[in-house]
Design a protein around this ligand. Structure first.
Ligand SMILES: NC(=O)c1ccc[n+]([C@@H]2O[C@H](COP(=O)([O-])OP(=O)(O)OC[C@H]3O[C@@H](n4cnc5c(N)ncnc54)[C@H](OP(=O)(O)O)[C@@H]3O)[C@@H](O)[C@H]2O)c1
Ligand SMILES: [Zn+2]
Length: 339
C-alpha cells in the first residue's frame, strides 16, 4: 500500500515529529486530498500547546489547506478525482442543518470536528476531509499563495461582511499581522474608509500599500481618541493577540459601532457606559463554513487580494511554527507540500 508523510504533534507541548503512515481510505461522504499547501496559523497553538480540554494525540495540525482530490469515498456527490479543493477550520459544517441556518456552525449536526484540532489536518502529504468541508478553488489561484485565505482570509472577510458597516463607513483593522494584512485588503476593496492600527511605524508603508487610507501608531497616540477624531469607527476588526491592546481601542467605536473580536485573547474588560452611550457592541467572530470560504476565494481572485507568505517545506514544520509564533513572519507562514 502507498504511504503518506505527516508532521504530527505527539503530545501537548511536544515537538513536531515526521511520521510515515499508510494512506487512509476515505469513508462515507469523505474524500482524500493530496495536499499542495497548508498555512500555519496562530490557532494551531491550541493543538500544539494543548490549550483546549479533551484533545487526543498524536494529531496532525493544519486548517488552511489547498489540494486536489485523489480518492472519493462512498456517497460523495458533486466532487471528482482531480478537482482542486480547500479545507478550513470546520471539519464539515454542512451549511444546511438547523444550527448552520441559524449561524451556529459550532453546533452543526454534521460537523465532525475541527480540522487540524479534533480531526487530522494538512501538515501532511494527504488528508481526509468530509465533502461538506470542501470549497472549490478557482484555477487562477496559486495553492501556496492562497492557502491562508482558508482561515486568515475567510475570518476577516466574513467579519467585515457581517460587521454592519456600509460603503464609505470608517472601519479600523486593528493589528497588521497575518489576519490584519488581509483584513486591510478586504476592507479597502469593499469600499470602506479603512484605517490600519498597529504598534510603531514599521508596518505603516505596507499597510498603506495594501489599501489603508489612514494609519494609527498605537504607541505614539491614543488609538481610541484617534478614531474618535476621525468620527468614530463603525467597526473595529480586532485581530491583535493582546487583550490590553483590544481594550484600549474599544473606546474608538462610533454610534452603533461594533468591535468584531477575532484575536483569541481570553478575558476582556470594556466600559459599559461607553457602550450603552453609543449603543455600541462587542461581538465575537469565528471563521465560517465552506460556502464562506468559496466566497472569500472568489472575492480574492476578482479583487487581486493575496496573502504575503514565508514558505517552508513540510519537513520544516517545527521551524515554520516557531517562526509564526515569534510574531516576526511577514505575514503568513505556509508549508509547500506537493503539486
Ligand atoms: N476568530 C477566528 O476564527 C480566528 C481565526 C484565525 C486566527 N484567530 C486568532 O487571531 C489572532 C491573530 O492571528 P494572526 O495570525 O494575525 O497573528 P499575528 O500574525 O501574530 O499578528 C498579531 C498582531 O497582534 C499585534 N500584537 C501582538 N501583541 C500585541 C500587543 N501586546 N499590543 C499590541 N499589538 C499586539 C501584532 O503587532 P506587532 O506587529 O507590533 O507585533 C500583530 O499586528 C490570534 O489570536 C489567532 O489565534 C482567530
Ligand atoms: Zn486559523
Amino acid at each position: 500500500m502507498s504511504k503518506m508523510r505527516a508532521m504530527v504533534v505527539p503530545e501537548p507541548g511536544g515537538r513536531f515529529r515526521m511520521e510515515e503512515r499508510d494512506l487512509p481510505e476515505p469513508g462515507r461522504h469523505e474524500v482524500r486530498l493530496r495536499v499542495h499547501a497548508c498555512g500555519v496559523c496562530h490557532s494551531d497553538s491550541m493543538l500544539v500547546e494543548g490549550l483546549m480540554p479533551g484533545l487526543s494525540y498524536p494529531r496532525i495540525p493544519g486548517h488552511e489547506v489547498i489540494g486536489a482530490i485523489d480518492a472519493l469515498g462512498p456517497d460523495v456527490e458533486g466532487w471528482a478525482v482531480g478537482a482542486r479543493a480547500g479545507v478550513g477550520w470546520f471539519g464539515g459544517a454542512c451549511g444546511y442543518c438547523g444550527h448552520c441556518r441559524r449561524g451556529d456552525a459550532f453546533a452543526c449536526e454534521n460537523i465532525h470536528g475541527a480540522t487540524g484540532v479534533t480531526r487530522d489536518g494538512g501538515y501532511a502529504t494527504h488528508m481526509l476531509a468530509l465533502a461538506s468541508a470542501l470549497a472549490h478553488v478557482p484555477e487562477a489561484l496559486d495553492a501556496v499563495a492562497s492557502a491562508p485565505l482558508l482561515c486568515a482570509g475567510i475570518t476577516t472577510f466574513n467579519a467585515l461582511r457581517n460587521c454592519g458597516a456600509k460603503l464609505g463607513d470608517l472601519v479600523a483593522i486593528h493589528g497588521v499581522g497575518g489576519l490584519g494584512h488581509l483584513g486591510i485588503q478586504f476592507a479597502a476593496r469593499s469600499g470602506f474608509r479603512t484605517v490600519a492600527i498597529n504598534r510603531g511605524r514599521d508596518k505603516e508603508a505596507l499597510a498603506r500599500s495594501l489599501g489603508a487610507h489612514d494609519y494609527v501608531d498605537s504607541e505614539a497616540s491614543d488609538s481610541a481618541q484617534a478614531l474618535q477624531a476621525m468620527g468614530g469607527a463603525k467597526a473595529i476588526i480586532a485581530t491583535v493577540t493582546s487583550a490590553e491592546a483590544m481594550q484600549a481601542i474599544s473606546g474608538g467605536l462610533g454610534v452603533n459601532g461594533t468591535m468584531m473580536v477575532i484575536g483569541a485573547v481570553g478575558a476582556l474588560t470594556v466600559n459599559s457606559l461607553d457602550l450603552l452611550g453609543k449603543r455600541a457592541s462587542v461581538r465575537g467572530w469565528y471563521s465560517g463554513t465552506a460556502a464562506d470560504s468559496e466566497d472569500t476565494l472568489l472575492f480574492s481572485q476578482l479583487n487581486k487580494i493575496a496573502s504575503m507568505n514565508e514558505i517552508f517545506p513540510l519537513e520544516e514544520a517545527q521551524a515554520a511554527y516557531d517562526r509564526m509564533m515569534s510574531g516576526k513572519a511577514r505575514f503568513r507562514v505556509v508549508l509547500k507540500i506537493g503539486s
